[in-house]
Design a protein around this ligand. Structure first.
Ligand code: NAD
Length: 266
């Protein structure tokens, strides 16, 4: 039985994780965390399901660090980094779904992974991780002769843009074509933009309503275009992926991994 802690348990993903955990016989939620000033501190995490689970929500990771094997974290970049420091000191593994890390923060995470096992994935869905491979194939076959645009849509409460998944898709395209995303990315357009430069990779962001997460990569050439799309209809898909990652990471000693490793796609 793997003992799991959830950071950000009162959030949208945290609640989806509590829900999804009921379908896995080989894991148990043994700790739950949210912001120290959250109104949910001290409440039973089972309240989100309407049944007692006898795990009270804590605002202090250090006080519960002996109660779990893996921490699944869907919070904010700064919170995830604080949690990483505590987990490294205690020899615990982490599965991080939080998005919006800066390049410098990502480098810090890579450094910490020399001492601990970390799965970091901006999108834990199996479908999206398959989509990365389809994008790689499309980029290889028609990327050099296509205009490549990435369009993503999310709910109105998402605070970072473009999504971590859209950026990852851009990285897959750039890497396959031997290009540098930092140089080629265009984040939105306005005014007299001039003719499109073939080497750019365009990003468009929609924030509206309760859209769970949609991504499309367009490869538009002369006379035809290919569009590769993924649409998530429930957060449970990310939650099940994160739980799958937490089982997989128990077999790892240290290192930085993503869902491609977890799913055996890399
Ligand atoms: P949310 O705002 O609904 O929930 C975040 C939760 O984290 C809140 O309950 C908040 O109180 C809590 N939190 C903030 N600071 C904290 C701290 N210091 N310690 C403990 N808890 C803290 O957000 P959400 O929609 O659940 O998304 C959370 C993150 O996960 C975002 O970065 C989002 O982009 C990302 N996300 C990733 C995936 C994926 O598959 N990797 C899927 C969905 C969302």
């Amino acid at each position: 039985m793997i003992r799991i802690a959830i950071a950000g348990v009162a959030g949208r993903m945290g609640r989806a994780l509590v829900d999804a955990s009921q379908e896995h016989q080989d894991i148990r939620i043994s700790a739950a965390l949210d912001r120290a000033d959250s109104k949910f501190i001290g409440k039973d995490v089972g309240e989100f399901l309407g049944q007692a689970m006898n795990v009270s929500i804590s605002g202090d990771l250090k006080s519960v660090v002996d109660h779990f094997d893996v921490l699944i974290d869907f919070t904010l970049p700064s919170a995830s980094l604080d949690n990483l420091a505590v987990c490294r000191a205690a020899g615990k593994a982490m599965v991080i779904g939080t998005t919006g890390f800066t390049d410098q923060q990502k480098q810090s995470i890579a450094g910490l992974a020399k001492d601990m096992a970390i799965v970091l994935a901006p999108n834990m869905s199996i479908g999206v991780n398959l989509t990365y491979r389809l994008i790689e194939l499309a980029a290889r076959v028609m990327g050099a002769e296509s205009d490549i645009e990435i369009v993503e849509a999310h709910h109105r409460n998402k605070v970072d843009a473009p999504s971590g998944t859209a950026l990852k898709m851009g990285e897959v395209v750039a890497k396959t074509l031997g290009r540098n995303l930092d140089q080629d990315a265009i984040y939105g357009r306005q005014g007299n933009t001039g003719v499109r430069d073939r080497n750019t990779i365009g990003f468009s962001t929609i924030r509206a309503g309760d859209i769970v997460g949609e991504h499309t990569v367009i490869f538009a050439g002369a006379g035809e275009r290919v569009e590769i799309s993924h649409k998530a209809s429930s957060r449970l898909t990310f939650a099940h992926g994160a739980i799958q990652a937490s089982k997989w990471i128990m077999g790892q000693d240290k290192g930085l991994f993503d869902m491609q490793h977890v799913l055996g796609l890399s």
